[in-house]
Ligand binder design. Sequence first.
Ligand SMILES: [Zn+2]
Length: 344
Amino acid sequence: MRATVMYKAHDVQIADVPDAGLRNPTDAVIRVARACICGSDLWPYNDGPNVSGQQMGHEAIGVVEEVGSDVRTVKPGQVVVMPFAYSDGTCTFCGDGLQTSCVHGGFFGQGTEIGGAQAEALCIPYADGTLYPLPVGEDDALMPSLLTLADVMGTGHHAALTARVAPGASVAVVGDGAVGLCAVIAAKRLGAEQIIIMGRHEDRIRLAKEFGANDVVSERGEEAHERVRSLTGGFGVHAVLECVGSGQAIGTATAIVRPGGGIGRVGLPHYDTVPDVQPIFNENVSVAGGPAPVRAYIEELLPDIMEGRIEPGRVFDKTVDLDGVPDGYRAMNDREALKVMVRP
Ligand SMILES: [Zn+2]
């Protein structure tokens, strides 16, 4: 079968790989109906993959083709969304709603053994725990929004929850990528009164406003911090949703949070230490977040998508087939595309 393989930085190709098949009785095989390229795929695209030959992609909606003998709830023919992490659904951490820490869990699209979703098909470990059946056909008009349940919408929601966004809160979202935009949706959904988007891309800012952002801060560094403080009566925001993962982004987060506020980190950290630990200690700021257990959030977010209250699928602005995936990486890396959908 054909799949997206990364050999080295800036070298993404569509290659022939062994067909996806069942390896364990708890596995299922899905035919990929929709996948996408993630902002986090751009880290290996620029810095090099974990291993040469890394199979890429961790977000998909698929149709179940085959299930192992121990799979109980997932059935062939079902349309399912796969979170970016697989999980058994039965361990103590899955019970806590923290499927990304599942004792049998792991991540798609990280190496050569567990496949990637930017492919014709994919083997899903622990199918009953991992997959979530969707109440739609594979050509449903809601497909783009449903696809965001695999990662970006759930991740934006996690940023809002871990930053403790509450009704009436003031919120700053650091980053105007797909996760940042979904974080705006999540903050609005949880009742935030003031949402400040921090970013500089005109089309993304426009979408952020349509999703519920009231204020835009496009400055950088100290100037940006000053602007946020001036927009919040001099105090800073209740909640910072850090959706980038750079040292500059976390520095902004600690600078603009108000006393007693929270920082929710969902950008994969490319820094070693959180800055300003003493001032944020003095101000009782909580720093939380991590990889989002998106599997836990599907049940809550799905009705809002099905009933049209939120439209996170609007983050997709380019669609490619498998052959177009390498160009999709290039387009996202050049900031020509916000988020690319793949129809294998
Ligand atoms: Zn588990």
